[in-house]
Each structure stands twice: as C-alpha cells, then as structure tokens.
Design a protein around this ligand. Structure first.
Ligand code: IPM
Ligand code: MG
Length: 361
C-alpha cells in the first residue's frame, strides 16, 4: 500500500519529535506492505522569517496532494503573535478538517504523574474528546470595531454542528461506547441552544447510546472530580480547545497527548498537542510520545488500520514501564531504580524496539 505523507516539522521541538515519528513509520514499512513517500512542507515561524509567509503556497500544495499529514509544532517567541496560529487555522479551514479528535489516556505506569489523588483516578482515564474544528469564534468574524469595542462572533451552522455530532455518535457505535456527553452553554448562549437541539435530534438515531448534556463550566469541574466516569465528549471549537488542555494535563504531561485534525473524506493532519516549546528546543529532551501516538491515530483514522494502531499503543505502554523523558520523570520514578530518565531519541528508539518485536510476532 503506497501512501504519500506530508511532513510539517515546523519550529522549536517540532523537527526533533517528527523525526521519531518518521522512524516509527519506517519500521512499519519494513515489517508490512506499507510504502511511504515523504515530502517536507515547511510551515510556521522559521519559514515566515525566510519568506514572509507562515504557510507558503508550495507547502500547502504538498499537503493537499498527500494522503495524510504529520505535523510537529509551529510558533516561535520572536515572531508576532498570531502568525503561526494563522497557518494552522488556514489548514484546518481550507482542508475542511472539521473533526478534532483528542484522546486522553492515562497509561498504567504513569499514575504517579497524574495531578489528581489516587482514589479519584484508580479506575483510569480514557477519554475521547471530539472538538468541532472549523466554526464558532474560530470562523474569524469580527474585529476591533473602535478604540472601545471589539467583537468576535460565535458562528454555528446546521451543517457544521450536525457533522461533528454525527461523527462522534458513529465513533461511539463503532467502538461500543455507551455514552456521548455533549458540552455546551445552553443556559446562556443561543448558539448552544441551537447545538443542543441538533444533538437531541441526531441522538434519536442512536437510542442505545446514553446522551448526556453538560454546561461547559460544570463539565470542567467533573473532569477533575471524576474523570474515570467520562468516556466520549463532543463539543464546539472554543470549549473543545479549553477542555482538551485541561484533560490532557491529567495524564501527566502535554508531551503525552496526540490529536487528529480529520476530514473523513479528505486529507487529515495528525499532531502532538504540546506546541513548539522553544524553552527546550535543540536540547534533545522533548517527549516524542505525543507524536508517536499521532502516528498511531494516523493509522486508525486515515488508513483505517486499527491493528497497527494497537501495536503502536502497546509499544508505548511497554516502553513507559522502564523509562521516561524529563517531562514525565517524577520523584516516584527517581526512587524506582527500574525507571531510567531518557532523552527524545532514546525514548523513540525504545518504542521502536518494542514495536519491532510486536510486529515480528
Ligand atoms: C490548539 C491550539 C490552537 C487552537 C492555536 C495554536 C491556534 O491551541 O490546537 O488547541 O486554538 O486551536
Ligand atoms: Mg489549544
């Protein structure tokens, strides 16, 4: 199976972590009948400094013509605010990546890294957040009206709301998940009342799936009060941005979290959610797991290959039993002689080793 993969290494730690992702892909190529063709598509702050554009048209063409995109991170401290963000938002809009899937999973060996008390998380954390990725305030309608007033409109369309809710319901059905939680602010916002009606009407097609509505403020509370009881969540763009960062930290470090910006009928983009982390860039100490798990999502969502996804997940789980990067290295790990502190490459190499032995068997 031939697949064209656009690589957006980007800024800061982006190139370091994407390189570990490429190693995983190369290993899969060696052990299966996948064949990957990689093309680099520069995007972000470094390329903006060179040519004045954070998303050059030539890069965008490469992305459009690929089967899928692996993205590292963009953003630098010495470029104007909004420059790098604009590039990401354009890709999401123009490729119509309307599903932003953000899984949040606490690996068994990382329980000591969870900021919540053991009794709260003893049943584990395994949440899938479906964030609408093209509308709401991200539609960029509004601006500074005058010196005293600024406006951003929260735009929802029936098409935009329906398709993300349907995608989340279908995901629950496919994966035998018993409940879908919709997060809104229907006690205040007209857009949320519109959202809730659509959620209820689509929900009628899925009578076996329990349907729960939370206001976003209450949901933020439940997320730290009883995260084990939450499995699948669907919400609008800005609420999803906020709650997914809160949720991601529950598993120990943003360095662990992956995401997919998905167009189910087109080219999708997979990215770790940690960002460019300029403070640690170039030191080789970044956590590559967010990117490796983004590769896992690429197989599950873009190549519809759940078994390979499972293998990558197992490889990560096995590696974490004996080593950790700095961001997930705790006092607990220091006391435990079996857990080594490793750098980005060492972590990547170990996941690779685990994956090879899984693929051979
Ligand atoms: C994210 C980020 C982006 C967003 C920024 C960088 C534009 O926070 O992917 O969650 O707000 O969506
Ligand atoms: Mg965010």
């Amino acid at each position: 199976m031939k697949k064209k993969i656009a690589l957006v290494k980007g800024d800061g730690i982006g190139p370091e972590v994407v390189n570990e992702g490429i190693k995983i892909l190369r290993t899969i190529e060696e052990h299966t009948d996948y064949e990957f063709e990689f093309k680099e598509a520069p995007m972000g702050g470094e390329i903006w400094k060179k040519c004045g554009e954070s998303l050059p048209q030539s890069s965008f063409e490469i992305m459009k013509q690929s089967d899928t995109i692996l993205f590292g991170a963009v953003g630098l401290p010495d470029i104007p605010q909004g420059v790098a963000e604009k590039a990401i938002l354009r890709v999401r809009q123009d490729l119509d990546l309307y599903v932003n899937l953000r899984p949040v999973k606490l690996y068994p060996s990382l329980h000591d890294m969870c900021p919540l008390k053991t009794e709260i998380v003893k049943n584990g954390i395994d949440i899938s957040i479906f964030r609408e990725n093209t509308e709401s305030v991200y539609a960029q309608i509004g601006g500074v009206v005058n010196q005293e007033t600024a406006v951003n409109s929260m735009v929802y369309t029936r098409k935009g709301v329906s398709r993300i809710i349907e995608y989340a319901f279908e995901y629950c059905k496919k994966n035998n998940l018993g409940e879908l939680i919709s997060v809104d602010k229907a006690n205040v916002l007209a857009v949320s009342q519109f959202w809730r009606k659509i959620f209820q009407s689509i929900g009628q097609k899925y009578p076996k799936i329990k349907q729960t509505n939370y206001y976003v403020d209450a949901f933020c509370q439940w997320l730290i009060r009883d995260p084990s009881s939450i499995q699948t969540v669907v919400t609008e763009n800005m609420f999803g941005d906020i709650v997914s960062d809160e949720a991601a930290y529950l598993v120990g470090s943003l360095g662990m979290a992956a995401s997919g910006n998905i167009n189910p009928n087109g080219v999708s983009m997979y990215e770790p959610i940690h960002g460019s982390a300029p403070d640690i860039a170039g030191q080789g100490i970044a956590n590559p797991i967010g990117t490796i798990l983004s590769v896992k999502m690429m197989f599950e969502e873009s190549f519809q290959d759940a078994p390979i996804g499972k293998f990558i997940d197992k490889a990560v789980e096995y590696s974490l039993e004996s080593m950790r990067t700095t961001d997930i290295y705790s006092k607990f790990a220091q006391k435990d002689v079996n857990i080594k502190r490793v750098n980005c490459k060492e972590m990547g190499n170990d996941v690779l080793k685990q994956l090879k032995s899984i693929l051979k068997n």
